[in-house]
Ligand binder design. Structure first.
Ligand SMILES: Cc1cc2nc3c(=O)[nH]c(=O)nc-3n(C[C@H](O)[C@H](O)[C@H](O)COP(=O)(O)OP(=O)(O)OC[C@H]3O[C@@H](n4cnc5c(N)ncnc54)[C@H](O)[C@@H]3O)c2cc1C
Length: 302
């Protein structure tokens, strides 16, 4: 017999007319309905039998979800339905938040990025999500529409476990917002995969740095780690070392060691926990050296 949806279970496609209708439907069908954007996680998880929702709710055409806007005073807003290729190609993202474009470009292939979204990457809450680190270090927050109204959820407190977030039934992230990026900043996303293209990170290290007159070192660094814990991590101790001590090769090595000590990765098909820890140290060291060489006039990469 002909199977119209090979590999996928049967489900109902729901196309709400408004955010209010979408949130209400999701809240009324808790446990059996799920929103989707690009669907690049959703349909794979359904095909593989991990998710068995009866209703799949298409929210990507709802108002205001498809645009990128920038204001020098208030910062950047990326609608939840904006796909990663649009982020990679966006002039304002490349001028003011280049690390976001670099991170989005590291995701899989052009074809996948024409569907996949940054907000989907975040809401999927995989510790390996490639764009999450850049969103964390730029101070991102999600705008969330729920049955009780609209609120902001800072990414710093958004992730509660693998695949788990603070979102409640009926909640829909409508956009991610960022404050103005720090003057003179530079960033790097160093992703270690099993191949150069189209693989999830064994380890991902995001480094953002900028001159800062208020820290003893004269600089501020933000460092996020992917695939080395149950949630995306911030290497806070490493950041403190780089803020408090004059930056030298030895201090960068100390910060990289602190980043390594801050994570507790598991063994899995992509790499052992021990290997991941050492790669966190090596990639943090490399990332900080590269970023420091860009933000400091006296320093060059060895
Ligand atoms: C072949 C392949 C390669 C991949 N490679 C990578 C890679 O290199 N790096 C990487 O990080 N990921 C990778 N992924 C995973 C996936 O593409 C990303 O996580 C992507 O960003 C998900 O975005 P999406 O819009 O497709 O999410 P969807 O599948 O639409 O949604 C993902 C999850 O988020 C929830 N969600 C989505 N939007 C919202 C919203 N607005 N409000 C509330 N909840 C929401 C959904 O309910 C679902 O639980 C890959 C996937 C495939 C199939």
């Amino acid at each position: 017999m002909h199977n119209p949806t090979p590999g996928l279970p049967e489900f109902d496609y729901v196309n709400p007319a408004s955010l209010a209708e979408a949130s209400q439907f999701l809240a009324d069908h808790q446990g059996e309905a799920r929103p989707f954007m690009g669907g690049t996680d959703t349909f794979v998880r359904m095909r593989d039998g991990f998710w068995k929702e009866r209703y799949i709710v298409d929210i990507k055409n709802l108002d205001g979800m498809g645009t990128i806007s920038f204001d020098p005073e208030t910062g950047l807003t990326i609608g939840a339905a904006v796909n990663m290729n649009k982020v990679v190609a966006s002039p304002v993202v490349n001028e003011h938040y280049p690390l976001l474009a670099e991170a989005a470009h590291s995701v899989a292939s052009y074809q996948l990025r024409s569907r996949a979204t940054i907000v989907g990457n975040i809401c999927n809450a995989s510790p390996a999500g490639d764009t999450i680190g850049a969103c964390l270090v730029y101070g991102g927050s999600l705008k969330v529409h729920g049955v009780d109204g609209i609120r902001e959820e800072p990414l710093s407190s958004f992730f509660v476990g693998p695949g788990k977030t603070v979102l409640k039934p009926g909640d829909i992230a409508t956009a991610i917002t960022f404050p103005p990026s720090p003057a003179g900043h530079a960033g790097r996303y160093l992703k270690l995969g099993r191949n150069a293209l189209s693989d999830l990170a064994i380890v991902g290290v995001t480094v953002l740095g900028y001159p800062n007159g208020e820290t003893p070192s004269g600089y501020c660094f933000r460092i996020a780690l992917a695939s080395v814990g149950p949630t995306p991590l911030v290497a806070a101790e490493a950041e403190t070392i780089l803020a408090e001590k004059p930056i030298t090769a030895a201090v960068i090595a100390e910060a990289a060691q602190a980043a390594m000590d801050s994570c507790s990765p598991i063994d899995d098909v992509r790499g052992s926990g021990r290997y991941r820890k050492y790669m966190v140290r090596n990639l943090t060291q490399r990332g900080v050296v590269e970023v420091f060489s860009l933000i400091s006039e006296q320093w060059t990469v060895d």
